[in-house]
Design a protein around this ligand. Structure first.
Ligand SMILES: [Zn+2]
Ligand SMILES: [Zn+2]
Length: 252
């Protein structure tokens, strides 16, 4: 499967990083995970064909992960000719259906009933969803907000884990054990550390607990970019490390 990091930034405006979003492609599935502010326009600048997205999954409801969901729905409905007719399924943690109802109350009933088949599904923790082409998607609770989840995506024996936003939690590392690629948030330097986010050292520690074959970091607030992220990660994790940028892509 192929991973593309669309947005590697946060809620803080950044000259080269829009807010969180990534695409996982395998077989006929084009799975968009999170759709933060700026993600739609970044898809255009990196040449990503947003019209072909088949599934969407949300990790949590902070605006830097969902703000462009309305824009995506609007683009499918009115931003392409002819309008979309292919189905879309939207997954998220418990509360996703209620979120869409609130968005529909603000923006209009088309948010829930666009002119293409649209399904919204709340996922239970650790539920395993089977997508086409043998892809599976499974959420796991993480310490960030009450609804927040990480996702495990598996295809043909390969496993990708995306933490979403999370604090450090050994149990999350154990759940991610053996993943081929761990895509982890890396919000803040130690000097600004909070319980709800990772620092480079904590991301390294999480990757070490997981025994991840490769670690890719994303979700950088500006202050963390002025520390030596690779050196701090290396205090805990010796495997290959990538600091993702918008439009970066790899086979998993
Ligand atoms: Zn975030
Ligand atoms: Zn968040």
């Amino acid at each position: 499967m192929r991973l593309t990091t669309i947005g590697t930034g946060t809620s803080s405006p950044h000259p080269s990083r829009v807010a969180s979003s990534l695409l996982v492609e395998a077989g006929e599935v084009r799975l968009l995970i999170d759709c933060g502010s700026g993600a739609m326009h970044r898809m255009a600048t990196i040449g990503l064909h947003w019209q072909d997205i088949t599934h969407v999954a949300l990790t949590h409801f902070h605006a830097d992960h969902i703000a462009d969901l309305v824009m995506l729905m609007m683009a499918w409905r009115w931003g392409q000719l002819p309008p979309r007719d292919q189905p879309v399924t939207l997954y998220g943690p418990i509360g996703t259906g209620a979120l869409l109802e609130r968005l529909a109350a603000v923006y209009g009933p088309w948010m829930l009933a666009p002119d293409f088949p649209f399904t919204v599904r709340d996922l239970k923790p650790d539920e395993i969803v089977s997508l086409p082409s043998g892809l599976t998607l499974s959420p796991h609770p993480v310490p960030h907000t009450p609804e927040s989840v990480a996702y495990s995506i598996e295809h043909e024996g390969r496993r990708l884990v995306y933490t979403g936003d999370t604090g450090f939690d050994e149990a999350v590392g154990a759940w991610a054990a053996g993943c081929h690629l761990l895509l982890a948030e890396c919000s803040l330097p130690d000097s600004l550390a909070v319980r709800e986010h990772l620092t480079p050292r904590r991301a390294g520690a999480l990757a070490a607990v997981a025994g991840a074959r490769r670690l890719v970091l994303t979700h950088f607030y500006a202050p963390v970019e002025s520390v030596d992220i690779a050196a701090e990660v290396a205090e805990h994790y010796a495997g290959p490390l990538v600091l993702a940028t918008d439009g970066w892509s790899t086979e998993v």
